[in-house]
Design a protein around this ligand. Sequence first.
Ligand code: HEC
Length: 96
Amino acid sequence: MPLRAAAGRDLAAYYAARCAVCHGEEGTGRGPDGARLGPLPFADPRAFGKATDAELARTIREGQGAMPAFRFLLSDAEALRMVKDVLRPMAGKRRR
Ligand code: HEC
């Protein structure tokens, strides 16, 4: 896939490096720091609720509660791609 590099960073790898510590490799919320901070599993209906992809991307960039803000680390487009390509599949449901 020649376009892959142009498509940007591998966000699944980014997730594993920066998010799994709290959210767990599979989004279970059981990463090493997850036990203490207690994020919900992404598959829990309460985790994403009715939030749209754009709203979840904003949460990632702005942080929420014990979750740090990633606005200086992930662009808008990257946060959105994180939601669509990495988090939604972990939650077992995909939306547009
Ligand atoms: C220091 C631990 C920590 C890290 C690192 C972290 N999160 Fe979180 N995250 C949390 C906690 C705790 C919550 C629940 C916040 C609340 O509502 O109190 C949360 C909430 C969320 C939510 C809102 C939905 C939900 O489950 O409540 C999303 C989406 C999310 N995180 C994605 C990410 C992504 C993507 C990354 C990596 C770029 C990341 N998080 C890194 C701890 C973390």
